[in-house]
Design a protein around this ligand. Sequence first.
Ligand code: SF4
Length: 253
Amino acid sequence: MIMSQYYNPNRTKNRYDANSSELFRLSRSKIDLFINCPRCFYLDRKLGVAQPPGFPFSLNSAVDKLLKKEFDIHRASGTKHPLMETYGIDAVPLAHEKLNQWRDSLRAGITFQIEGTKVVVTGGVDDVWVTPTGEFFIVDYKATAKEDEVTLDADWQIGYKRQMEIYQWLFRKNGYNVSDTGYFVYCNGNTDKKAFDGKLEFDIKIIPYVGNADWVQETILDAIECLKGDTMPAPGVDCDYCKYRKAVKQFEK
Ligand code: SF4
């Protein structure tokens, strides 16, 4: 049998060890995993058995990259992007020496070490805009392709909202003045064309979201307690992975 080069089901690195003197990075996506299923979080972060990864969303990443370039032009000139004008947002893309670091979720990101622990919470932000009074808006780029108008109303989009709130919390912990309002720059691929012609055009919409980060600190402390424990926590309620495992198990001898 050939083992996939992309997946190691018995990871030895990046596992929580209460006795280690090294810092332990806890990303915002793993906090989301904890919320969805404490058991899977424990298996992954403590025991090194993570869910198999999905395929990378290369087209979404390409849109992110191009949007970053576009907003960077206005960042350099200190001007509003036309979309910000259209939506009446009184801010410009933030020019800050740490911005590239904050965007780099894998190697750096915006970070905060939880007092009295070795746990460093991390997140990689897409963009930050700043008002004339120095208040920050956290900005997230999203790409999709659907026939209906893009909204934030679907149940599964709670993850997007939590992501925004964790970033707001992280920036506040770093001493910045952050608005409760964040923005999603949502790009929707337009499939209503006669032919492809090698081009995919997008409708771009800015959707404001008023976050409430009150839950973040407590949830992180709960996640750390979970990692410190010696017993496997209960699984999440409605998980497709678990259903799959149970279904397979009935045929195994
Ligand atoms: S419920 Fe799903 S997410 Fe949780 S441990 Fe089972 S497989 Fe993992």
